[in-house]
Every structure is written in structure tokens, then in C-alpha cells.
Design a protein around this ligand. Structure first.
Ligand SMILES: Cc1cc2nc3c(=O)[nH]c(=O)nc-3n(C[C@H](O)[C@H](O)[C@H](O)COP(=O)(O)O)c2cc1C
Length: 332
């Protein structure tokens, strides 16, 4: 069972973006945000290099593993592996429209297969004691969003799902790239609100196009959680506002500079294990939006923080572009 408020604020699963290094950065800015992994297929979890694919640091909790797949037995096995790894939740992807995922008949295609999704959820629920949730769209292609989302919800509820996260737009499975499928089908927040009204005892979170922290409370007046994707990645400093605004708790650090200081020990440990600085710094390009020196900061990251030899001194030098500039502005 998900406890009260556990899904109130989360950072969305994003392939190639929300890897373990990114999640450490996000966690340093909010203790309360629920963090999601990139989607990993059930087959990969079962057959692949598990440490590489789903390994994570205990510092990241609460963290949810998102699985892709459509085979109840494989999903149950992968969910069990995820639970044994220590994840706090298993989430099933019913929203990804990429060709590769469509080829495997999972992701957003599953909006057309509510009974199968119910069977997947039931199998995962039987395999693990942690919450099992579903992230879905409001429909695909010519589906009626009222009927499609109701059918999916009824099926996963009967299977004991712990929460539904609704990316509040359709996916169009033909002719749009995944990127276009996050922009072109219109958002319909009201549809997600109606779902919550019709299922008051189901935990429902909303996702899609939510940006400024000022928008968060408006959604939370209608349902249980907001999930932020691109804005959290591209402008991560918004996460500094989450704990105070939504939970009445102080943020773990005061600003991005303090976050970067706190990030040094995890980076040092990563470098010691033979990892590259770039694994972290590639997730930092959204820092300092609009601040004097931000462009130099980004350029320094790109030019000096990518090589295998790059170390903490290079990151500090990048950051110095921003702070130095600000002091100059104050002095002037
Ligand atoms: C680069 C990228 C990768 C994504 N990968 C996933 C994924 O692995 N699983 C998933 O459910 N959604 C994925 N999404 C969709 C996001 O989770 C989210 O639903 C979508 O971006 C809409 O939310 P936003 O407007 O707050 O970004 C991805 C989005 C982006 C931008």
C-alpha cells in the first residue's frame, strides 16, 4: 500500500535522463520527491546485467522502478527482482509510444488491452509486497478517452493496483515521434480529474506539461499527486521548492551552489570506481537558468568535463563562472 502523500510529488521516468546519477542530483534538492527510473524491460531485468541496469544508491529512496513489458509472468519475475534490489515501488509503463516499444506490443499499445494490463498487475502484485502502480495515457489513436481510461482503470483496480499516474494526453501511435507525442496530442487535465472523482479511493497522480511550482497546488486540489518530467530535468532548481511548498519542510540545501557542494562526495566515489565526471555533469546543464555566467558554465561543462580525466576541479571551475559573475554584478 502506498502511504499518504507518497505520490504527492514525483519526477517522471525518462529514458536516458533519469539514470542513477541524475536521481542523486534530484534527491539532493528534494527529500520528498518520489523518483522513477528510466523504463527497463522485464526481459532486460531478467537476462541483462542487473547492477548496470537497475543498480541504485540507497540515498535515492524513495525510488520506483519502471518496467516495460506485456507478459504477466516475466513482469512478475522482474518485479520480484526489483523488490529484492530494494525499490520502493514497481511501475508499469502503459504510455510509451516509441516504434521499438510498439514493436514489442507494450507501452502505450497496452491502452487497448485493459484485461492484459490487469493480468500483468495481478501477477506483479502476487510477486511483491511493495506497491505496484501504472503510468498510462488517457487513450491512444481514435479511442474515446472516457471509455479507454475507465476500462483500464477498472481492470487494474480489480487487480489491486496501488495508484495510477495519468499522462493527461493521448498517444498517437502512427506518424508521431515520441517527442511529438509529448507535445502534439492536446492535454486534458479535466479527464484525469474526472477519473479521480469517479474513483475517490484510488490514488491518482497527474502528469504532462506541468511546469511552474505555482501550478502544482491547483492540480493537487483535484487529485493526489503531480509528476513532473521535462521541467524537473531541464530546470532542476524547481525541485528546491517542492519540500517546503508541498510538505512544509525545509529543502535539503538552500540553492544550486550548495547542491553542487553536496554532490562532490558522490562524484568522488564514482570517479574512484573508474566512472566519468560526465555521468553527472551531463545532467547539470539546466542549472542556473538565465543567471549571468550560465552560458560559460555550460560551455565549461561541455569542453572540460567530458574527458575521461576530468575531475572535481573541472566542475568547480565551471561553477566559478557563475558565482564570479554574480559577485562582479553585486560589486558593480
Ligand atoms: C527524454 C524523455 C524520456 C522519457 N522516457 C520515459 C520512460 O522511460 N517511461 C515513461 O513512462 N515515460 C517517459 N517519458 C515521458 C515522461 O515520463 C512524461 O510522461 C512526459 O515527458 C510528460 O511529462 P512532462 O510534460 O512533465 O515532461 C519520457 C520523456 C522524455 C522527455
Amino acid at each position: 500500500m502506498l502511504k499518504d502523500q507518497e505520490l504527492k510529488f514525483s519526477v517522471a521516468p525518462m529514458m536516458d535522463w533519469t539514470d542513477r546519477h541524475c536521481r542523486v542530483i534530484h534527491r539532493l534538492m528534494s527529500r520528498r520527491a518520489r523518483l522513477y527510473t528510466e523504463m527497463v524491460t522485464a526481459q532486460a531485468v531478467i537476462r541483462g546485467d542487473r547492477q548496470r541496469l537497475i543498480g541504485f544508491d540507497s540515498f535515492e529512496h524513495p525510488v520506483a522502478l519502471q518496467l516495460g513489458g506485456n507478459d504477466p509472468a516475466l513482469l512478475a519475475e522482474a518485479a520480484k527482482i526489483g523488490a529484492d534490489f530494494g525499490y520502493d515501488e514497481i511501475n508499469l509503463n502503459c504510455g510509451c509510444p516509441s516504434d521499438r516499444v510498439q514493436g514489442g506490443a507494450f507501452g502505450a499499445c497496452l491502452m487497448r488491452e485493459p484485461e492484459l494490463v490487469g493480468a500483468c498487475v495481478a501477477a506483479m502484485k502476487a510477486a511483491v509486497a511493495i506497491p505496484v502502480t501504472v503510468k498510462c495515457r488517457i487513450g491512444v489513436d481514435d479511442q474515446d478517452p472516457e471509455a479507454a481510461l475507465d476500462a483500464l482503470t477498472a481492470s487494474v483496480r480489480a487487480a489491486g493496483v496501488d495508484a495510477l499516474i495519468v499522462h493527461a494526453r493521448k498517444a498517437w501511435l502512427q506518424g508521431l515521434s515520441p517527442k511529438e507525442n509529448r507535445e502534439i496530442p492536446p492535454l486534458d487535465y479535466e479527464r484525469a480529474y474526472r477519473l479521480k472523482q469517479a474513483n475517490p479511493d484510488l490514488i491518482v497522480a497527474i502528469n504532462g506539461g506541468i511546469r511552474a511550482p505555482a501550478e502544482w497546488a491547483g492540480h493537487l486540489a483535484h487529485l493526489d499527486g503531480v509528476m513532473i518530467g521535462r521541467e524537473a530535468y531541464q530546470n532542476p532548481e524547481i525541485l528546491l521548492q517542492a519540500d517546503l511548498l508541498l510538505f512544509g519542510e525545509a529543502a535539503p540545501v538552500t540553492d544550486a551552489f550548495a547542491m553542487l557542494e553536496a554532490l562532490e562526495p558522490p562524484i568522488a566515489a564514482h570517479l574512484e570506481r573508474g566512472g566519468r565526471l560526465h555521468a553527472f555533469t551531463r545532467h547539470l546543464v539546466g542549472l542556473f537558468p538565465g543567471r549571468p555566467g550560465a552560458r560559460l558554465f555550460r560551455r565549461h561543462l561541455a569542453e572540460h568535463c567530458v574527458s575521461a580525466e576530468a575531475g572535481l576541479a573541472d566542475l568547480r571551475a565551471a561553477v566559478a563562472h557563475v558565482s564570479r559573475y554574480e559577485q562582479a554584478a553585486v560589486a558593480a
